[in-house]
Design a protein around this ligand. Sequence first.
Ligand SMILES: C[S@@+](CC[C@H](N)C(=O)[O-])C[C@H]1O[C@@H](n2cnc3c(N)ncnc32)[C@H](O)[C@@H]1O
Length: 216
Amino acid sequence: MRLRHIHNGKEILDSHPRVITEPEKLDIKLESVFNRSNPVHIELGSGKGLFIRNMAMKNPEINYLGFEASTKVIFKWLKAIEVEGYLDNYFIVHSRAEMVKELFSEQSIGKIYLNFSDPWPKLRHERRRLTSPSHLDSYKLILAKGGELILKTDNQALFQYSLNTLKKEKWRIKYFTFDLYKSEHIMSNIATEYEMMFVEEGKTICMCAATLDNNP
Ligand SMILES: C[S@@+](CC[C@H](N)C(=O)[O-])C[C@H]1O[C@@H](n2cnc3c(N)ncnc32)[C@H](O)[C@@H]1O
């Protein structure tokens, strides 16, 4: 189901009150789209948005932006919120994760979540991994002092790669676990759609939180 196959698809996305399309054309930085100055947290590759929807409900004092590149997936998110309604502390951003450096001011983002990002296992695709050095450089620019990058995945190879790259790029790992569901961090965990599916299949979930080396 491509956007052109959805009657009025582009118009629906462009006019939807919770969707920001073509954010690069806005003459403001994305963190300013909320009409209050609360912290802004972002998720890159949000899928159907279950994580952002639940986080926004649990933390009304935080503003959330969920980046999703696929129009087809955003339509599924919109379908879900047709039923449950939407909250005013999040927006869906129809854009690629690669854009964040252009879209946000320096040190404007409190947390960046990477949940079950595509693993891109082939070495020649390393640059596409959302924890590659060039992506980490973008996150360094936009993360606020004390900000965190939080990553969850079922893919052990991607996880090990991410831990190694974070260390090489001088991030400080605050904590990590190869089995989230047997760790203390499960107490505050909000599951994502993919996570629920993987847990159901008996897979273990890896998680880590990292901060910039010069941050407390
Ligand atoms: C495996 S799914 C995970 C979805 C969700 N985070 C979860 O845990 O349920 C990855 C999602 O990221 C989106 N995606 C992949 N690469 C992206 C990129 N570079 N920028 C934005 N979204 C991306 C895909 O379209 C897909 O919906």
